[in-house]
Structures are given as C-alpha cells and as structure tokens.
Design a protein around this ligand. Structure first.
Ligand SMILES: O=C[C@H](O)[C@@H](O)[C@H](O)CC(=O)O
Length: 274
C-alpha cells in the first residue's frame, strides 16, 4: 500500500472519544502538518495542550463547544453530514494553550495543526465567514469552501479548505503542485486530504506525482481515508454515481497558496465551458 495513503484506525482514547486518524511528524513523511479526526459521543470531552502548534478545529458534523485559554466557543457546527454541502463553523486556536472539545451532540471533528511559536488571538471562523467558490468547467467542476484561506491573516502557517466534487468530475485538476519555495511563481506547502464519499461504499482515484516521476503513486481512496501530499501534483478523479468530499490542510514555510499547473495539462484551462 502506498505510504501516502492512511486508512482510518478507530481507537477509543477517552470515554466516548474515538480517534479515527492521527497523522504526526513522527508517523508520517510530513514536516509542517499534523492532523487528527475524532468521533465524540454527545457529552464526551477531548482535551489537549497546544505547545508549539496552532490548530484549526473544524466541526465536520454535529455540534461541539470549544474551551480555550481565553474564550469559550459554543455550538460549533452546522450540519449532520458534510454532504449537506453547507459551510460549517471552525475555531482557530494559537499555540501555547490547553483546549477542550466537548460534544453537544454526536460529532466528528477535524483537528488541523501546524507548527507555530508566535502566539495569536484565538478566533471563531463562522460558517458565514467561509468564502464559497464554484471552480472549473465541463468535467472538472467543484465546490470550494475556503475555511482558512491565505487572505485570512490570523494564522501563522495553517491553510484549511474543503472541496466537493460531483459524479464524473475531477478536482485538484488540471494537476497542480506547490512544492517549491519560489515566490512569486510557486509556494512550498505540504498538504493532507481527508476524504469522504457519498454513498460511503464509493472510492476516488488520487494520483500524487512529480515532474521527474520519482514520486508517482495512484491510489484508490475510500471513505474516511487520508492522503498525504509531501510534494508533487495531486489530482482527484470521481467515478460516476458518487460525490467526493475532502478537507485539505496545507502548511509550509510561507503562508501563501501559489500553485503551478502541470504544463502537460494546463491546456485544460483554455477550453470554453458549455
Ligand atoms: O492545493 C489545494 C488543493 O489541491 C485543493 O484545495 C484544490 O485546490 C481544490 C481544487 O481546486 O479542485
């Protein structure tokens, strides 16, 4: 199995709290990003101390309260399924503080981390604060909710976005990469994909590859899988009949999303939509 594909490993870590994913520097090939997905039963709590990490807590489904050092964020979350396709609430927490996530209802939560030693104010990112984009034409149309884009300046390194791609369409396409610290042409951002499929038995194909093909992995990705993108192009293809969801976390030395399209496929962008 590819070292870039991480399958869910449910593990109870506290009463009512099941860890679905835990991607860390120690167990992955990533340097800038760590990532967790947790399932919480109503009334259960997850506690953690952010030492030199910032965290964006995304209310994937259900409702949670978030208790940080300075603030309490109540009733975070807007949906019972990501496939309601409406933006959700998130909370940005800076480094150097403990926090608690308490489930108001049964909830699935994504904890998106990057390394940070510069304390910032904790912030509520309301669903209404997400900018929503319809990207692409023909068969590469997708819906994008920008949760923590580079235009929002209150995070040190983190970028967070969620993407919906319908049946028979491609996203992260034409293939692009952001693996060179070469601004203004390209930025260096590692990336994670947390995938969901509707219906759940579905799959997508994701390729992660470099120009020299020294890295060239094509994966069958199923519901609740994570894909790591340390470098390279990373397109996603969605089979007929299914809807794809993924949550992207990006981080690198500079918090700018400047990607470079694979020149072999950039012509895709020249076509006219019907
Ligand atoms: O680099 C960002 C990620 O690849 C996705 O968020 C991608 O941009 C989504 C898309 O444009 O299809």
């Amino acid at each position: 199995m590819s070292q870039l594909l991480v399958k869910a490993k449910p593990h109870q870590i506290a009463p009512g709290v099941t860890r679905i994913h835990e991607v860390t520097r120690d167990n992955s090939i990533l340097e800038y990003i760590e990532f967790k997905v947790l399932d919480l039963e109503a009334g259960s709590s997850y506690r953690e101390e952010l030492v030199q990490k910032e965290c964006c807590i995304v209310g994937l489904t259900g409702k949670i309260d978030v208790f940080s050092e300075q603030k309490v964020f109540r009733e975070i979350g807007t949906r019972e399924s990501v496939f309601e396709k409406k933006p959700t609430d998130s909370v940005y927490l800076s480094n150097g503080q403990p926090f608690e996530v308490r489930a108001v209802t049964q909830a699935r939560v994504a904890l998106c981390y990057s390394f940070s030693d510069e304390k910032r104010p904790s912030m509520l990112i309301r669903a209404a604060d997400n900018t929503v984009e319809k990207r692409g034409i023909l068969n590469n149309q997708r819906l994008v909710h920008n949760i923590l884009p580079d235009s929002e300046l209150f995070a040190n390194r983190l970028l967070v976005v969620e993407v919906f791609t319908e049946s028979g369409n491609w996203s992260s396409y034409p293939p692009h990469k952001h693996d060179e610290d070469n601004l203004p042409h390209e930025s260096l951002l590692e990336e994670t994909y947390y995938h969901e499929l509707n219906p759940k038995q579905g799959f997508v194909f994701q390729r992660v590859y470099t120009d020299d093909r020294l890295l060239d992995e094509t994966m069958t990705v199923e519901h609740s899988n994570v894909v790591l993108v340390p470098r390279g192009y990373h397109p996603v293809g969605v089979p007929d009949g299914y809807t794809s969801y993924y949550l992207n976390v990006m981080a690198g030395p500079k918090r700018i999303w400047k990607f470079h399209n694979d020149p072999n496929h950039a012509w895709i962008l020249e076509r006219q939509g019907q």
